[in-house]
Design a protein around this ligand. Sequence first.
Ligand code: ADP
Ligand code: MG
Length: 232
Amino acid sequence: MLNTTSLKAAYGAVPVLLGVDLALGEGEILALLGRNGAGKTTLMRTLIGLLKATGGSVTFAGADITNFPPHDIARRGIAYVPQGRGIFPKLTVAENLELGTRSRPDGRSDVPAEIFDYFPRLRERLSQSAGTMSGGEQQMLAIGRALAGDPKILLLDEPSEGIQPSIVHQIGEFLKRIVADTGISVLLVEQNIDLALATADRCIVMEKGRIVREGSVEEMSDETVMREFLAV
Ligand SMILES: Nc1ncnc2c1ncn2[C@@H]1O[C@H](COP(=O)(O)OP(=O)(O)O)[C@@H](O)[C@H]1O
Ligand SMILES: [Mg+2]
């Protein structure tokens, strides 16, 4: 579904991605783990065209989309929920969700009703300013907004960051349900190992701009592996 080959990216003269090979399958939840500074966010920004690739390629559903403009990549069906959520705090929940529909390929602007099945809380809060909600509710809104664009792939950058544990668990359950219902693929960047292992089908570990390990959730649950690659 989404593949990269020897993908490279840099900030100015400083290389950050040193050649990333990644394959995200249809209907798969792939967890991307790694220490702070490994390049996880940089990889996501490069995938959606916010940062120029300096080498290698990104293909989506067989088409080369390397360095396509972000709006084009969004319209093709790759949605991105950035680290820190990226919602508009002054706008209402309804307005945030409507903005999400702008990347729909069919041009419709109604918010799909299923979003409120996943996140009933959002329906109760439609007229509330997004910035006045709890961190967990804002994360639900950020995911809901991404889903409003009817994506085929969801890129989530540390959705558990700054959210209370009970909500973190709920977000994992939502993700599994969304994938089971819709067949979309999810690339989940996480520092919360428990959430990653509870949610993902497969894990990859990034270190210094490269993927250094790949394995099933069972393999990655092994504590020595975790200690070796993720000690923070
Ligand atoms: N806007 C930026 N300008 C320059 N360097 C950056 C920028 N963003 C990140 N970096 C550097 O790129 C490397 C990877 O960062 P990042 O992709 O944010 O890592 P992660 O998401 O895995 O914590 C780090 O060394 C970081 O300092
Ligand atoms: Mg990051």
